[in-house]
Design a protein around this ligand. Structure first.
Ligand SMILES: NC(=O)c1ccc[n+]([C@@H]2O[C@H](COP(=O)([O-])OP(=O)(O)OC[C@H]3O[C@@H](n4cnc5c(N)ncnc54)[C@H](O)[C@@H]3O)[C@@H](O)[C@H]2O)c1
Ligand SMILES: O=P(O)(O)OC[C@@H](O)[C@@H](O)[C@H](O)[C@H](O)CO
Length: 445
């Protein structure tokens, strides 16, 4: 209901008592609040009292400060092509600055804590081109020194913070827990295990052995398109709900969560909210990464080059829509699902990408290409070659478009960092790029 006058005075407030905190989350961004916190909210509405989340920011404290000022409560705007619906989300019991080491350790050391979930971006796992923990990363190297010195105070990388927190849990004798990755990476649980294990082994082999014996690393496929919130989104929500909410999140109606792994200290009944618990994650991850995310990356780089700003605008461009369909067909040839299931996923994506009311900026999707292209584009090429197929016609042009994006004057300098210092921006070639990120594909693409 529209109520602009009240919008200036009311803020979101809690309608249920604070739940007992059982989940620690690292990466308090938009996606966590549209996805895992929403599933957990549905569980809490049915069974109040348990499974509260204490969420920590990954880098800047800003999101924690905004949310903490509202006692963790915020409005989720579910934006369909036809209109918006508004949901109050109360599952986050506490929002914290990730730099608050004392609070972080206390949360991980608390025997109530059963799960540490993550949305730290692909880059946050600090892997090098070989897929292993990048020990040459300056933050990782500094965190290793801090952890070896015994304090761990001031760790900045996600692997550093996780090792520090798990050490606190071991010292407290608080028993096993699950680490649950919710980032767009293939086999994200195994990736998390590898980077955490590699760092822990260099800090203290006994800690690494404890982690191996007590911590399960759960994989999940996550899907819900959630763009960065704008001032216009906040103003519209205030007008419609009568609540002035600085922490509004806008998301699409579609949502999917598929989870595989053990939760040794328990978990919420997320399946009652629509999540699926499976034995094998890989087919689901591939479908999502190779259709949705690969499609997003194609539209981002080619769309920016053709003057588009958002996904729906790029998708409405017939040239790009045709390239996208070809990319999907090339991926479909090496996906394990049957033709009917793949066509259903493609049909849903056509509708989702065309939603004109989700203003998903290509510039946001374009960020982090060095970490996004390997699972989204290169792995498809590898699968095609392994199946005796050709490389297809779409991967090479995506890499060329990415190079053009890297060379744009408005591209953040940080986008070059994963390529190392040895590349000349003016004459970066597909071959030079593959030599760094995917040497096995040099002669193929
Ligand atoms: N937004 C989506 O549509 C969507 C959908 C599926 C999955 N995801 C996953 O969630 C991630 C976050 O997306 P978002 O929309 O919340 O982005 P966001 O920009 O709103 O938030 C990013 C979060 O990650 C943290 N972070 C960023 N870099 C980090 C680093 N190097 N180390 C540790 N933490 C870091 C930030 O502090 C912040 O909490 C994505 O990268 C992706 O892996 C997002
Ligand atoms: O969130 P990122 O940065 O990994 O990638 C941008 C988008 O491709 C991605 O967020 C999708 O919107 C999402 O994966 C949909 O579920």
């Amino acid at each position: 209901m529209s109520n602009p006058a009240a919008a200036e005075v009311r803020v979101p407030t809690r309608t249920r008592p604070h739940p007992r905190i059982r989940i620690a989350h690292l990466g308090l961004g938009a996606f966590h609040r549209a996805h895992q916190a929403w599933y957990t909210e549905l569980v809490q509405r049915a069974e109040p009292g348990d499974w509260g989340i204490e969420a920590f920011t990954g880098r800047s404290p800003a999101q924690a400060e905004t949310l903490a000022a509202q006692d963790g409560v915020y409005t989720l705007v579910v934006r369909a092509a036809e209109g918006d619906t508004f949901e109050r989300i109360e599952s986050i019991a506490a929002a914290r600055d990730g730099n608050d080491t004392e609070r972080w350790r206390a949360r991980l050391a608390d025997p109530d804590t059963a799960i540490l979930s993550l949305t730290i971006t692909e880059a946050g796992y600090r892997r090098g081109a070989d897929g292993e923990l990048n020990l040459a990363d300056a933050d990782v190297a500094a965190d290793l020194q801090r952890l070896r010195a015994g304090t761990g105070e001031g760790c900045v990388s996600a692997p550093g913070r996780i090792v520090d927190g798990l050490r606190a849990r071991r010292t407290a004798g608080s028993g096993p827990l699950a680490v649950l990755s919710c980032d767009n990476l293939a086999d994200n649980g195994a990736v998390t295990r590898a980077v955490v294990g590699a760092l822990a082994a260099r800090v203290d082999p006994e800690l690494a052995a404890w982690i191996e014996a007590n911590v399960s690393f759960v994989s999940s496929m996550v899907d819900r398109i959630t763009p960065a919130t704008t001032d216009a989104d906040r103003d519209e929500a205030a007008t419609e709900t009568g609540v002035r909410d600085a922490a509004v999140i806008v998301t699409e109606p579609f949502t999917e969560w598929i989870i595989a792994g053990e939760f040794p200290a328990g978990r919420p009944s997320w399946e009652h909210a629509g999540a699926r618990i499976v034995d094998e994650i890989e087919p689901h991850e591939r479908r999502k990464l190779w259709l949705l995310n690969a499609g997003h990356s194609l539209l981002a780089y080619a769309g920016l080059a053709r003057g588009h700003e958002t996904v729906d605008a790029a998708f409405a461009d017939p040239v790009l829509a045709e390239r996208l369909e070809t990319l999907w067909s090339e991926a479909a040839a090496v996906l394990p699902q049957d033709a009917e299931e793949i066509e259903a996923a493609r049909a849903a994506l056509r509708e989702r990408f065309a939603n004109p009311r989700i203003r998903h900026h290509l510039a946001q999707i374009a960020l982090g290409g060095a970490h996004k292209l390997p699972p989204r584009i290169f792995d498809v090429v590898r699968a095609r070659l392994a199946a005796g197929l050709d490389v297809g016609t779409t991967a090479g042009p995506v890499v060329e478009d990415w190079i053009a994006y890297l060379q744009r004057p408005d591209t953040p300098a940080a986008e070059w960092a994963p390529l190392g210092g040895g590349v000349n921006p003016d004459d970066l070639t597909v071959d030079a790029l593959l030599a760094i990120l995917a040497p096995d594909l040099r002669s193929a693409l």
